[in-house]
Design a protein around this ligand. Structure first.
Ligand SMILES: CC(C)(COP(=O)(O)OP(=O)(O)OC[C@H]1O[C@@H](n2cnc3c(N)ncnc32)[C@H](O)[C@@H]1OP(=O)(O)O)[C@@H](O)C(=O)NCCC(=O)NCCS
Length: 172
């Protein structure tokens, strides 16, 4: 078994789009209407939007490979790339997604460790994320990694208002 990681660049745009759509759909399609899912997928993972995010100096994407196959990805944000203006001392884990057939093999934790390494190297004080209140698996995963719930914020999935728990972990 080999696990490798790679920081993404603009030339990874096509694969990033594919894995983003696949993993988001697999995670949320059973709990959301097709209309709301499609609206969200089109808005969030269109080529132009992902290109913009990949070009942002304060966002970093990483792919993880399991036995040479792409198995998941990570997106972290700093400074004004964060989806809430939390300031320069925080790092946001915006996305950790592992393809369903590769889950529970330690890859999510591997991606999380990468996020922690970025946070430490950038002298951040705190790591935070938003997780859908109904995503029980991810909440269990983050709790196991030492995150605690510190707030709630709302967002729109298509025309439906939904709620994310804000979870944080201090670095020092
Ligand atoms: C959540 C997710 C990233 C976890 O990644 P993973 O590779 O399956 O998790 P790992 O194998 O690295 O597990 C790390 C630890 O969390 C625990 N864990 C993972 N999923 C868990 C679950 N559903 N319930 C309880 N514990 C869980 C593991 O047991 C492991 O604990 P250990 O270190 O004590 O052995 C992955 O399941 C996923 O991509 N889910 C779909 C997308 C998603 O919801 N992403 C988060 C959006 S905010």
């Amino acid at each position: 078994m080999t696990v490798k990681q790679k920081k993404c660049s603009l030339e990874d745009l096509r694969i990033l789009q594919e894995i983003s759509i696949e993993t988001f759909s697999d995670t949320f399609k059973d709990q959301n209407s097709p209309e709301n899912m499609n609206a969200y997928l089109e808005k969030t993972f269109n080529f132009k939007q992902l290109e913009k995010e990949l070009s942002n100096a304060y966002s970093e994407f990483y792919f993880i490979f399991f036995n040479e196959e792409i198995a998941g990805y990570l997106k972290v944000n700093m400074n004004d790339a964060q989806s809430e203006q939390m300031g320069t001392e925080l790092l946001e884990i915006e996305r950790i997604y592992v393809r369903s057939q590769y889950q529970r093999k330690g890859l999510g934790k591997y991606l999380f460790n990468t996020a922690m390494e970025v946070a430490i190297s950038q002298n951040k004080q705190l790591v935070w994320l938003g997780v859908w209140e109904k995503n029980a698996n991810a909440i269990e995963f983050y709790t196991k990694l030492g995150f605690v719930q510190t707030g709630v914020h709302s967002f729109y999935m298509g025309d439906e208002e939904q709620f994310d728990y804000i979870m944080t972990k201090t670095l020092r």
